[in-house]
Design a protein around this ligand. Structure first.
Ligand SMILES: [Zn+2]
Length: 257
């Protein structure tokens, strides 16, 4: 069975953790160490009491998450934060987090997998952040309704539902942008307009983005922050399972968003 060091070295280099910029609270890489060998990995979108319990219940010694334990900033280790840390340590469960490095990975990143799931072939980047494109873009000749139906089935699979700005039934999507998670904001809309995109597929976004999108002639499909970010951690868990001959279990805790 691999050690945490072996798994983390593989993840750090595969995801290029050191080179990809991120928000300061992301703290990509190992967030909690452990002592024993890693027999199995539990994957989850969010670090939470439920995902910690899910990892313990399936006997995994590693919890791999997209939104890590410091996502909410510096907070006292009291109440539920103390209890879940105690549970991790007493069960010798390590935590590894991968935020933007997982969003952008070309093979099992959230954006690549969402585009593939929708039947869209990417030809470029989208959603600029510092030195990287977090999302993807491409051209297509597909009915917006068909894209919406495919997106809706993903949303429902993970406890959510598709929300979209209005569009005509015969509308076609010819230039699209994908950005999972909180992908719709004034910056991404401006970028979409500059790039001539007609359809944005995102996890979520504030209400004003729907208003702006209509002004710009862009349709936004809000597929769900949670649903769009289940793709990467699950795929990465399978990569670890195959490479290191360990078990991989997805701990599903939909947020409804
Ligand atoms: Zn996210």
């Amino acid at each position: 069975m691999p050690t945490l060091h072996e798994l983390a070295s593989f993840l750090d280099s595969t995801l290029d953790i050191g080179a990809i910029p991120d928000y300061s609270n992301a703290v990509n890489g190992v967030q909690v160490a452990n002592f024993g060998a890693i027999n199995g990995v539990a994957t989850a979108v969010d670090f939470s009491t439920d995902s910690v319990n899910g990892a313990i219940n399936c006997g995994a010694r590693l919890l791999l998450v997209h939104h890590g334990m410091f996502w909410g900033g510096v907070q006292p280790l009291t109440g539920h934060r103390h209890s879940r840390l105690w549970a991790l340590l007493t069960h010798d469960v390590a935590v590894y987090s991968a935020h933007l490095p997982l969003d952008v990975h070309p093979e099992f990143g959230n954006n690549a997998l969402l585009a593939r799931r929708l039947g869209l072939e990417a030809s470029g980047g989208f959603a600029r952040y510092k030195t990287i494109d977090v999302g993807l873009s491409g051209v297509s000749n597909i009915s917006t309704r068909v894209v919406a139906e495919r997106a809706g089935s993903l949303a429902e699979e993970f406890g959510g539902r598709l929300v979209s700005t209005p569009f005509a039934v015969d509308r076609m999507t010819r230039a699209w942008g994908v950005c999972t998670g909180a992908g719709a904001d004034s910056d991404t809309l401006r970028e979409a307009s500059d790039r001539g995109l007609d359809t944005l597929i995102v996890g979520e976004g504030p209400h004003h983005t729907a208003v702006e999108a209509r002004e710009l002639g862009i349709v936004i499909l809000y597929v769900g922050h949670y649903a769009t970010e289940t793709l990467g951690v699950r795929a990465l868990g399978e990569v670890l399972a195959q490479r290191f001959k360990i078990s991989s279990t997805f701990v599903d805790n939909p947020t409804g968003l």
